[in-house]
Design a protein around this ligand. Structure first.
Ligand code: AMP
Length: 207
């Protein structure tokens, strides 16, 4: 099953993918997580993209498309995948059509207030990338990941100024993908305002 998770930042794509990927036994591929790893490791790619990501902008299409097309050739993606955060614009969506066939696109429905509440409390594990939330899903010990003991931190692009820019970018260049995939007849909508349990339950009703 080849799936795309589409929705604004903070809609819960990464959190649901963390549950849905083991449930369907397919890999969770997050372009944002791959970029954050490159930044943390100080690779050439990481150095080139850091300022742009921190400011809430998008990484350029050729870099992102090459990364995903290569990632999808790995063995674990042969039986399917969840793409979380890709495609992010129409150029990427059309490129994806040339190297893979998407079966379903899950559109995470949430308004800007819901997004702001999620992002204001979001914390991410530096080691395993798990998403925590200080109100909705806090780690047992403050700032320490329950899963791996890693440090839990606030993403630079979750700070107020960047969030505003990311939402603008989403509405302008990513949201048109909803119509693109609806036109192909493969779009499914999930109400993602509540906690993760009802969202996962809704997901399981689809699959
Ligand atoms: P995310 O973790 O999906 O919120 O992504 C974090 C940041 O990584 C985004 O705000 C972008 O700067 C960058 N990014 C992630 N995925 C893409 C993509 N498909 N195209 C361009 N930039 C991306």
């Amino acid at each position: 099953m080849n799936l795309v998770f589409l929705g604004p930042p903070g809609a819960g794509k990464g959190t649901l993918a963390g549950l849905a990927a083991p449930y369907l036994n397919i890999p969770h591929i997050s372009t944002g997580a791959i970029f954050r790893k490159a930044i943390a490791a100080g690779t050439q790619l990481g150095i080139r993209i850091k300022a742009n990501i921190d400011a809430g902008g998008l990484v350029d299409d050729p870099t992102t498309i090459k990364l995903v097309s290569e990632r999808l050739t790995l063995d674990d993606a042969k039986k399917g995948y969840i793409l979380d955060g890709f495609p992010r614009d129409i150029v990427q969506a059309k490129a994806l059509d040339t190297f893979s066939k998407v079966d379903k696109v899950i559109d995470f429905d949430i308004d800007d207030d819901g997004v702001l509440a999620r992002l204001a409390g979001r914390r991410v594990c530096r080691k395993c990338g798990f998403n925590w939330h200080i109100t909705f899903n806090p780690p047992k010990i403050a700032n320490i990941c329950d899963k791996c003991g890693g440090e839990v931190y606030i993403r630079d692009d979750d700070k107020k100024e960047s969030v505003k820019k990311r939402l603008e970018v989403y509405r302008k260049v990513t949201a048109p993908l909803i119509a693109y995939y609806r036109g192909k007849g493969i779009l499914v909508n999930i109400d993602s305002r509540g906690g993760i349990e009802p969202i996962f339950a809704a997901f399981k009703r689809i699959f």
